[in-house]
Design a protein around this ligand. Structure first.
Ligand SMILES: Nc1ncnc2c1ncn2[C@@H]1O[C@H](COP(=O)(O)OP(=O)(O)OP(=O)(O)O)[C@@H](O)[C@H]1O
Ligand SMILES: Cc1ncc(C[n+]2csc(CCO)c2C)c(N)n1
Length: 259
C-alpha cells in the first residue's frame, strides 16, 4: 500500500515553511460566495491559479480591500485579479463582472448547466488546465466552503467524493476538510501553530469496515464506523503526526486556530 502525505503548510507564511514536511504541491484556489476567511490573502499568495465561483467574485471585489485598509481599493482589486470566473452567473453583480472582464479575467458562463454546482464547475476548470505548472501534483484550496447554508455545505462535500482522486481541501475560518482515499497509508503532518487539536474522521456515503489510526487521543484499532453507529467526532490530535489507514474513503477534519 502506498503512502500519501498531507500537510496544511498553505496556512503558513511562504517565508516561514515547516521543515518536517517536504510535500511540494501546486496550489490552486477557488473562492466561493461566502465571507472571505481571514487568511484569504495568504491562500492567494500560495496559489498559482485563482478562480472565483460565480458570486465568489463579489466577495473578492468587496472584501479584499478590507484586508488592506491603508491602500486604495482600486489598487488592491487590480492586485487580486482572478484568473477566471466560472459558474451559472446568477449571483455575480454586473459591475463586478465588467470590472474583472476589463482587467482580462476569463469569464466562463455555464448557465446552461443547472445540474452541477459552481464549485464542481470550478474544479473541472482547474483539472483541465494544461500544462500543469511544474508537473507537481495539484491541490485545490476552496475558501468559504463551510458554514452558511447546509445544502451548499453538503454539495461542497459531495464534490470531494465526485473528485476523490483530486486533492481538494474545503476551508472556513474555523476548520478544514479533505478526503483520505481508501487503501492508502495516510501520514498527516499537523501544523500545530495554526491547526488542531480538535479533529474528526468520518465515513461518507457508506459504512467503513475497518480503520486504524495513530496519533489521536481516541485511536481507531481496526474499528468499524457508520452513520447511526460510531463515527469519530470531537477527537484530539496528540502530536505532530497522525496516521490513518482504512478500507473506505474517510473525511478528515481538523480545527483551525483563531489568531
Ligand atoms: N452559504 C454557503 N455555504 C457554503 N457554500 C456556499 C454558500 N453560498 C455559496 N456557496 C458556494 O459558493 C458557490 C457559488 O455561490 P453562488 O451564490 O454564486 O451559487 P448559486 O449557484 O447561485 O447558489 P444558489 O442559486 O443555490 O443560491 C456555490 O456553488 C457553493 O459552492
Ligand atoms: C435533483 C436536482 N436537485 C436540484 C437541482 C438544482 N441544482 C443543482 S446544482 C444547480 C446549479 C447551482 O448553481 C442547481 C440549480 C437539480 N438540477 N437536480
Amino acid at each position: 500500500m502506498e503512502w500519501m502525505c498531507h500537510c496544511s503548510s498553505f496556512l503558513l507564511s511562504p517565508e516561514n515553511p515547516n521543515s518536517a514536511c517536504s510535500l511540494s504541491l501546486n496550489y490552486a484556489l477557488v473562492i466561493l460566495n461566502q465571507s472571505l476567511p481571514r487568511f484569504a490573502p495568504l491562500l492567494w499568495d500560495h496559489a498559482h491559479v485563482r478562480v472565483c465561483a460565480d458570486g465568489g467574485a463579489n466577495r473578492v471585489y468587496d472584501e479584499m480591500p478590507l484586508f488592506f485598509p491603508h491602500q486604495q481599493p482600486s489598487h488592491v482589486r487590480s492586485r487580486y485579479k482572478p484568473d477566471a470566473i466560472k459558474g451559472d452567473m446568477d449571483s455575480i453583480r454586473t459591475e463586478v463582472l465588467d470590472f474583472y472582464a476589463k482587467l482580462g479575467t476569463k469569464i466562463i458562463d455555464e448557465s446552461h448547466d443547472q445540474d452541477t454546482t459552481d464549485l464542481h464547475k470550478c474544479v473541472t476548470y482547474m483539472r483541465d488546465l494544461t500544462p500543469k505548472v511544474d508537473g507537481s501534483e495539484q491541490c485545490i484550496l476552496v475558501a468559504g466552503a463551510l458554514g452558511g447554508r447546509f445544502d451548499h455545505e453538503i454539495g461542497n462535500i459531495n464534490v470531494l467524493c465526485r473528485f476523490s482522486n483530486t486533492r481538494i481541501i474545503l476551508l472556513s475560518d474555523d476548520c478544514l476538510i479533505h478526503l483520505l482515499p481508501k487503501n492508502r497509508y495516510h501520514k498527516i503532518y499537523i501544523q500545530s501553530s495554526v491547526e488542531g487539536p480538535h479533529c474528526g474522521l468520518i465515513p461518507i456515503g457508506m459504512p467503513s469496515g475497518s480503520s486504524t489510526t495513530t496519533g489521536l487521543k481516541w485511536d481507531l484499532k481496526d474499528t468499524a464506523m457508520r452513520f447511526g453507529g460510531l463515527i469519530s467526532t470531537s477527537n484530539v490530535v496528540k502530536g505532530e503526526i497522525v496516521t490513518v489507514q482504512s478500507d473506505s474513503d474517510l473525511l478528515w477534519t481538523i480545527s483551525i486556530k483563531k489568531l
